[in-house]
Design a protein around this ligand. Structure first.
Ligand SMILES: [Zn+2]
Length: 136
Protein backbone atom coordinates (compact mmCIF):
# COMPACT_ATOMS: atom_id res chain seq x y z
CA UNK A 1 0.00 0.00 0.00
CA UNK A 2 0.97 3.57 -0.53
CA UNK A 3 1.49 5.54 2.66
CA UNK A 4 -0.19 8.88 1.95
CA UNK A 5 1.43 10.51 5.01
CA UNK A 6 4.68 10.49 2.97
CA UNK A 7 3.24 13.26 0.76
CA UNK A 8 2.85 15.50 3.81
CA UNK A 9 6.37 14.56 4.83
CA UNK A 10 7.64 15.66 1.39
CA UNK A 11 5.76 18.92 1.67
CA UNK A 12 7.25 19.55 5.12
CA UNK A 13 10.77 18.82 3.80
CA UNK A 14 10.33 21.36 0.98
CA UNK A 15 8.85 23.89 3.41
CA UNK A 16 11.78 23.47 5.79
CA UNK A 17 14.36 24.02 3.04
CA UNK A 18 15.47 20.40 2.51
CA UNK A 19 14.76 19.95 -1.20
CA UNK A 20 17.29 17.13 -1.69
CA UNK A 21 15.70 14.90 0.98
CA UNK A 22 12.25 15.79 -0.36
CA UNK A 23 13.32 14.87 -3.90
CA UNK A 24 14.71 11.51 -2.72
CA UNK A 25 11.46 10.72 -0.91
CA UNK A 26 9.49 11.78 -3.96
CA UNK A 27 11.50 9.41 -6.18
CA UNK A 28 10.90 6.59 -3.72
CA UNK A 29 7.16 7.25 -3.83
CA UNK A 30 7.23 7.41 -7.62
CA UNK A 31 8.86 4.00 -7.86
CA UNK A 32 6.30 2.60 -5.38
CA UNK A 33 3.48 4.05 -7.51
CA UNK A 34 4.87 2.37 -10.63
CA UNK A 35 5.11 -0.97 -8.82
CA UNK A 36 1.52 -0.63 -7.58
CA UNK A 37 0.28 0.24 -11.06
CA UNK A 38 1.98 -2.90 -12.46
CA UNK A 39 0.49 -5.03 -9.69
CA UNK A 40 -2.96 -3.55 -10.37
CA UNK A 41 -2.66 -4.36 -14.11
CA UNK A 42 -1.69 -7.94 -13.31
CA UNK A 43 -4.62 -8.26 -10.87
CA UNK A 44 -7.04 -6.88 -13.47
CA UNK A 45 -5.90 -9.57 -15.92
CA UNK A 46 -6.35 -12.26 -13.25
CA UNK A 47 -9.79 -10.93 -12.36
CA UNK A 48 -10.83 -11.00 -16.03
CA UNK A 49 -9.59 -14.59 -16.29
CA UNK A 50 -11.65 -15.62 -13.25
CA UNK A 51 -14.70 -13.80 -14.63
CA UNK A 52 -14.29 -15.66 -17.94
CA UNK A 53 -13.98 -19.00 -16.13
CA UNK A 54 -17.05 -18.20 -14.03
CA UNK A 55 -18.99 -17.19 -17.14
CA UNK A 56 -18.01 -20.39 -18.94
CA UNK A 57 -18.87 -22.56 -15.95
CA UNK A 58 -22.37 -21.10 -15.95
CA UNK A 59 -22.99 -20.99 -19.70
CA UNK A 60 -21.03 -23.79 -21.36
CA UNK A 61 -22.81 -27.09 -21.70
CA UNK A 62 -22.52 -30.37 -23.56
CA UNK A 63 -25.28 -31.57 -25.83
CA UNK A 64 -25.30 -34.28 -28.49
CA UNK A 65 -21.55 -34.81 -28.13
CA UNK A 66 -20.59 -31.15 -28.68
CA UNK A 67 -19.98 -28.11 -26.51
CA UNK A 68 -22.32 -25.14 -26.77
CA UNK A 69 -22.28 -21.69 -25.22
CA UNK A 70 -25.38 -19.82 -24.05
CA UNK A 71 -24.95 -16.10 -24.76
CA UNK A 72 -27.72 -13.56 -24.23
CA UNK A 73 -30.28 -16.28 -24.77
CA UNK A 74 -28.71 -17.43 -28.04
CA UNK A 75 -26.97 -20.77 -28.54
CA UNK A 76 -23.40 -20.51 -29.89
CA UNK A 77 -21.51 -23.46 -31.31
CA UNK A 78 -20.90 -26.27 -31.75
CA UNK A 79 -17.34 -26.12 -30.42
CA UNK A 80 -14.59 -28.69 -30.90
CA UNK A 81 -14.72 -31.32 -28.18
CA UNK A 82 -11.07 -32.27 -28.63
CA UNK A 83 -9.77 -28.70 -28.33
CA UNK A 84 -11.92 -27.91 -25.30
CA UNK A 85 -11.04 -31.09 -23.43
CA UNK A 86 -7.31 -30.97 -24.22
CA UNK A 87 -6.55 -27.23 -24.10
CA UNK A 88 -9.68 -25.55 -22.79
CA UNK A 89 -10.03 -23.68 -26.09
CA UNK A 90 -13.42 -22.96 -27.62
CA UNK A 91 -13.00 -23.45 -31.36
CA UNK A 92 -16.16 -23.26 -33.43
CA UNK A 93 -16.57 -26.15 -35.84
CA UNK A 94 -17.00 -25.39 -39.53
CA UNK A 95 -19.28 -27.23 -41.91
CA UNK A 96 -17.31 -29.17 -44.49
CA UNK A 97 -19.66 -31.08 -46.77
CA UNK A 98 -21.59 -33.45 -44.54
CA UNK A 99 -19.06 -33.16 -41.73
CA UNK A 100 -18.05 -30.68 -39.09
CA UNK A 101 -14.36 -29.85 -39.01
CA UNK A 102 -12.20 -28.00 -36.49
CA UNK A 103 -10.06 -25.33 -38.18
CA UNK A 104 -7.50 -25.53 -35.36
CA UNK A 105 -6.81 -29.23 -34.68
CA UNK A 106 -8.37 -30.55 -37.88
CA UNK A 107 -10.60 -33.05 -36.05
CA UNK A 108 -13.62 -33.98 -38.06
CA UNK A 109 -16.95 -35.00 -36.66
CA UNK A 110 -19.47 -37.10 -38.52
CA UNK A 111 -22.92 -35.75 -39.22
CA UNK A 112 -24.52 -32.51 -38.27
CA UNK A 113 -24.53 -31.14 -34.74
CA UNK A 114 -28.29 -30.83 -34.96
CA UNK A 115 -28.65 -34.57 -35.54
CA UNK A 116 -29.04 -36.79 -32.55
CA UNK A 117 -25.56 -37.81 -31.59
CA UNK A 118 -22.90 -36.77 -34.05
CA UNK A 119 -20.05 -38.71 -32.57
CA UNK A 120 -16.51 -37.45 -32.63
CA UNK A 121 -13.68 -39.41 -34.17
CA UNK A 122 -10.30 -39.54 -32.53
CA UNK A 123 -9.07 -36.48 -34.41
CA UNK A 124 -5.92 -38.35 -35.32
CA UNK A 125 -4.82 -38.47 -38.95
CA UNK A 126 -5.28 -41.79 -40.71
CA UNK A 127 -2.29 -44.00 -40.21
CA UNK A 128 -0.39 -44.74 -43.34
CA UNK A 129 1.56 -47.89 -44.13
CA UNK A 130 5.15 -47.58 -43.15
CA UNK A 131 7.73 -48.62 -45.73
CA UNK A 132 10.52 -50.72 -44.27
CA UNK A 133 13.70 -50.64 -46.31
CA UNK A 134 15.35 -54.02 -47.03
CA UNK A 135 18.51 -54.61 -45.10
CA UNK A 136 21.61 -54.79 -47.26
ZN1 LIG B 1 -10.21 -28.76 -32.42
Amino acid sequence: MLDYRRFKEINDLFASGQPERARRLLMELQSRCIALRDEMSMLKVRLQTFEDIFYLSRNLYAENGFYWLRTAGAKQGPFCTHCYESEGALIRLEKNGGQLRCPYCDSSYAGSARDSGGHADSGLPLRQARILPFAK
